[in-house]
Design a protein around this ligand. Sequence first.
Ligand code: ATP
Length: 324
Amino acid sequence: MKKIAVLTSGGDAPGMNAAIRSVVRTCAYYKIDCVGVYRGYDGLLDADFVALDARSVRGVINKGGTFLKSARCKRFMTPEGRKIAYDNLTKAGIDGIVLIGGDGTFTGGLVFNSEYGFPVMGIPGTIDNDINGTDRTLGYDTALNTAVEAIDKIRDTAHSHDRLFFVEVMGRDVGHIAINAGIGAGAEEILVPEEDMGIDRLVESLERSKKSGKTSSIVVVAEGDKIGKSVFELKDYVDENLEEYDVRVSVLGHMQRGGSPTCYDRVLASRMGVKAVESLMEGKSNYMVGTIHDKMSLTPLEEAIKGKTKLNKELIRVSDIMTT
Ligand code: ATP
């Protein structure tokens, strides 16, 4: 392996810069040339490459976002587009690529490899923690801490005004962010896609809370929650059915995708970058690097994109007990 490329694709996540830095520094350590690709697969099609050496990634480990930029690329979904990408890679003398992204990015890498046999290695970069084969995805820990910090602040104002807040957090169709941030921020209720508590039980629970002497409440709602109502509809419903509460809504949104990565994410990114480059050097391809029980692991990309990591049911029990 003489030259390795690295790109970030799909939704960005804190820690992507730290992962790029790790790939670049590992290449430098092994005296392999490293090339950054701008704007995900778009940059492969446009040959938008930049040579990166150990010094070009100084000062990025603590920065959110991705300095290589990220994009969604429709052209890479066509055989014609992938042919251009392949031609550009071979013209530049690149013989392996590290893909930092989510399941869509990995699917693209698999299709590309099946057509051209080009070595690809994935690093799971997404705040949702929804990829099989790793304890945690890159950016998840930072997003959790951002969400908890925001909910703490919302609680201050909820408490001052005796209000009930519905706080929507990200996580797509899994409840990892909601359950952990909810427990961490001491939420009264946590609504996750994995358990449909039903609107009536929610209202009953809020009524009980009020009777038990609580004057303010926080309900954390996962964006993919199955109760069948948006946070705004939930507010309307509670407004109509629970007069005792003054209800507000807060959607945390994209702030959860930004910010300086936590130490955990920086270390995880550094470990994943080393493992990705070393695996390519060993002739491996079509794997995603991750950690399983805190040991570095390789999971075939086919498996990584198939399942979603399951919500730890123990957390639901803990949350039930904590909200007594
Ligand atoms: P996120 O977690 O934010 O969704 P992701 O990596 O899943 O991240 P996607 O937008 O789904 O993000 O995919 C990123 C890019 O991967 C797409 O824009 C496209 O270029 C490429 N891609 C996705 N699916 C395929 C496919 N079936 N064939 C070829 N390329 C694909």
